[in-house]
Design a protein around this ligand. Structure first.
Ligand code: GLA
Length: 723
């Protein structure tokens, strides 16, 4: 609900459990007052208007004590008297002028307006928007701030536009989507740190005392190393208790996020597209729109913050059509045969698929090239290895009663391709001798003609083929990114807009296909991609021991159904062995599939795989719709444990994994989470019936869980016993 208190000039944005309050100040700026647990009052002005003598000029001519740098602001332009880190920097005709932004008008309406050309949180029945216009009359610049409230899931989304309403050019050099000020400085910052084959595996926590903490990606993607999710929390916050403010961007390119503690001990959170290299020129009448930022508040610790974001992603980011539907159980050809794939090989995989409970056969890289040195940009099927073409193969797979999926990497071109030879100017570069990575360049998607050309080539090649699933890959970072056509300071963001355009066109042309995005594993795992693809390939690292960390970190911000997780040989990245059961227990964390050469496995093995697929289908509704409770983080020592609980709390799935053989496993007690204390639950394996309250307080002894091998880990279903 959004209220405007006319008398006090206060905006109060309320969700089910939170309040976000700000006012129009005496000088018509937007002064932030409060964000946190829901409060009934609108008028909390007493908390603002703080007076501390400073040396900065301001508009309170008579009040020496007024200091803009201790007020909270909703937007904080550079050079405005607030000497903290600014949220926007723009200049007019080359001058960074004093940017006095004045409130002009606002509207409150049900629903929301869509953001053209960019992903955003989709409207549902709980959605309401506050739109505020501010102007800088000296420079004739207009800002519009959008606050969209998603009441049921405790999420507020923000974005803004800047418009040049004058007669000279305006240049934008920093343009955060959101600025959120907090009074006080008692916060830890949580980020998801990682690297290639270890994406988001390190949930990192830093105490910010003074100065600025920056979470930033400059790779042209959100990257393997960084993620746009960021949170601040009270130092005592853990999974279950304490205050946590979570933030994320609905964006997949370069981003900058800052948490800074000012000299006076207040905290400012900024998040948006990266300002590094940003120099965006707005001619008269032109405007620029920021990506959307989302934020949530939890006073139930990190776990509740995660669940708020999970609900939001499912309600408003993922397409309705896919979000709660059973996902394909795939067999993917990559780890089965890498580039040595052929029609025969795919048909061979398909012939065993049903025996393993698999319903979708995915042809990965290799269908238009024998290695990674050619093919991208031309996308011509290798007719020697795929004599029936993609359409023919898809038909054969469908005739076997299976679905067909295909790998694509549309944003790239190999040096050794017809496209690059005829159009070397179509790649992103600032040099005549562009830098190459994995033998490929990134296509210049800031140019519409390139976007359209790629879309046409790929659709021509796939003409008539019925494709049920697309794996959309992106296998290098941007380096020396420039364009032969687009202004340098606009390249990175325009490139991202081009990628979104291409995704939208091909999604539309490929009709019913479910898209899974990928980026050399999980290098573009973000809300921007989830808008187009309900699931993302989490990592090229499928060693289950490493995956536990990767999946645990990723789940802090993203619902488990968005993590694509495959049962594989498990040893490809590490050489480490693991049992089948352990691999299943880890891979069933998310959307489950296989990546194996099935011809190497016996019929006994296949029977086991079938059993796993069936077991997964039994708990899939918990993955798609349930709540995640992390019980033991793998980072805390030798174990990892988590539960998925249905919203009705009538069904729950516990997974316990031992990562490191220790002596004390026998006596360790595990207290379950998320159950209804007053309901009785049956352990579907042992048949023991206990109250939720008993399971959550007394717990169970881990030693009792291991009737099988400790190295298998353990998963069990609990179902409500109706009285
Ligand atoms: C990336 C993906 C892999 C596979 C290869 C193909 O690395 O993450 O799963 O698709 O590309 O080249």
């Amino acid at each position: 609900m959004i209220r405007f208190n006319q008398k006090e000039q206060i905006f109060h944005l309320q969700t089910k459990n939170t309040s976000y309050v700000f006012c129009i100040s005496d000088f018509n700026s937007l002064e932030h007052l409060y964000y946190g647990k829901k409060i009934p009052d609108d008028n909390v002005k007493h908390i603002g208007n703080r007076q501390i003598y400073g040396h900065v000029a301001h508009e309170h001519r008579e009040k020496r004590e007024f200091n803009a740098s201790v007020q909270g602001f909703e937007i904080a332009p550079f050079n405005s008297g607030d000497i903290r880190t600014p949220s926007v920097i723009y200049n007019c005709d080359g001058n960074v002028d004093c940017n006095r932004l004045r409130y002009r008008s606002h509207q409150i309406y049900k629903g929301r307006k869509q953001i053209d050309g960019m992903p955003y949180s989709r409207e549902s029945e709980d959605t309401e928007t506050l739109q505020i216009t501010l102007t800088d009359d000296d420079n004739q610049v207009e800002f519009t701030l959008f606050y969209t409230v998603f009441q049921n899931v405790d999420v507020i989304a923000r974005h803004q536009t800047i418009k040049n309403t004058g007669k000279t050019n305006v240049t934008v050099q920093k343009f955060a989507s959101a600025c959120v000020d907090f009074y006080g400085m008692d916060y830890d910052v949580i980020t998801l740190e990682g690297m290639y084959i270890y994406e988001r595996a390190m949930v990192s926590r830093n105490r910010i005392k003074r100065g600025t903490f920056k979470n930033e990606s400059l790779t042209g993607t959100t990257s393997h190393c960084k993620n746009p999710f960021i949170a601040i929390c009270s130092p005592n916050a853990d999974e279950e208790m304490g205050e946590v403010y979570g933030f994320n961007l609905v964006y997949s390119g370069n981003f900058s996020e800052e948490v800074s503690v000012s000299f006076l001990g207040d905290t400012r959170v900024l998040l948006g597209i990266s300002d590094v290299g940003l120099y965006w020129t707005l001619k008269p009448n032109e405007s620029l729109c920021s990506p959307e930022a989302v934020m949530t508040y939890s006073n139930g610790g990190i776990g509740q913050m995660s669940r708020n974001f999970h609900d939001h992603v499912r309600q408003s980011i993922i397409e309705k059509e896919f979000v709660y539907s059973a996902r394909p159980i795939v067999i993917n050809s990559w780890e089965a045969s890498y580039f040595a794939v052929s029609e025969d090989k795919v048909l061979e995989l398909a012939s065993s698929a049903k025996d393993c409970g698999i319903d979708t056969v995915v042809l990965d890289d290799g269908w238009f090239r024998p290695h990674d040195k050619q093919g991208l940009g031309d996308w011509r099927t290798d007719k020697e290895r795929f004599p029936s073409g993609i359409k023919g193969l898809a038909d054969k797979i469908h005739a076997m009663g299976l679905k067909f999926g295909l790998w694509l990497e549309p944003e790239m071109v190999n040096e050794n391709s017809e496209l690059y030879k005829t159009h070397p100017e179509y790649v992103l570069t600032t040099s005549k001798t562009p830098l190459i990575s994995r033998h490929q360049y990134i296509l210049d998607l800031t140019r519409d003609e390139v976007v359209n050309l790629i879309a046409d080539r790929i659709s021509q090649e796939l003409e008539g083929a019925e494709i049920d699933y697309i794996k959309w890959d992106f296998n290098r970072y941007a380096t020396e990114a420039g364009s032969f056509k687009t202004a340098q300071g606009e390249v990175y963001h325009r490139q991202m807009l081009g990628s979104y355009k291409l995704l939208a066109i091909l999604k539309q042309r490929l009709g019913k296909a479910l898209f899974e995005t990928c980026c050399g594993g999980g290098g573009r795992f973000d809300l921007g991609m989830l808008y187009y693809s309900p699931q993302i390939w989490t990592s090229d690292n499928t060693d289950p021991y490493a995956r536990v960390f990767i999946q645990n970190g990723t789940s802090v911000a993203y619902p488990v159904s968005t993590l694509s997780c495959h049962f594989t040989r498990g040893d490809c990245t590490s050489g480490r062995e693991s049992t089948y059961e352990f691999r299943y227990n880890v891979a069933s964390f998310g959307s489950y599939g296989y990546e194996l050469d099935l011809s190497e496995y016996s019929s006994e093995d296949k029977k086991m795989f079938k059993g796993y697929s069936e077991k997964y289908r039994e708990i899939e509704d918990l993955n798609l719709k349930g709540d995640l409770y992390r019980i033991i983080s793998p980072e805390s020592g030798s174990f990892c444990a988590y539960m998925k609980v249905s919203k009705q709390k009538d069904k729950a799935y516990l997974t316990f994994l031992e990562l490191n053989a220790t002596g004390f496993v026998e006596s360790t007690t595990l207290r379950l989470k998320g159950l209804d204390p007053d309901k009785q639950y049956k352990n579907e394996e042992s048949g023991v019936v206990l109250y939720g309250s008993t399971l959550m307080n007394v717990g169970i002894r881990i030693g009792d869980l291991f009737r099988k091998k400790r190295s298998d880990g353990y998963s069990v279903l609990f179902t409500e016993v109706k009285k």
